[in-house]
Design a protein around this ligand. Structure first.
Ligand SMILES: [Zn+2]
Length: 87
């Protein structure tokens, strides 16, 4: 399939078990319909699990000296940004 914008051949890639086509030229991304549904479902699941862990209830809030604080900001990125980020 060719990019409708610039006519480049789209690259097929797999991310998180989802197949998608992207254009190396303009970075446009095309999903098959079923793949898009998967992505929507996946991101809903992620939101739900994030909500439930945020409401951890009786989890202690004490943080000691912060030496265990995560330093990797990258890890905080969402499923979607992982999916759509091309090096
Ligand atoms: Zn393009």
């Amino acid at each position: 399939m060719l990019c409708p914008i610039d006519g480049r051949e789209l690259q097929l890639t797999h991310r998180e078990g989802i197949e998608l086509d992207y254009c190396p030229e303009c970075r446009g991304i095309w999903f098959d319909r079923g793949e898009l549904d998967k992505i929507v479902e996946r991101s809903k699941e992620q939101l739900r699990s994030r909500e439930s862990s945020d409401r951890g209830g009786d989890r202690p809030t004490a943080r000691h000296d912060g030496s265990n604080a995560p330093s990797k900001k990258k890890k905080a990125s969402s499923f979607l940004s992982d999916l759509l980020e091309f090096g």
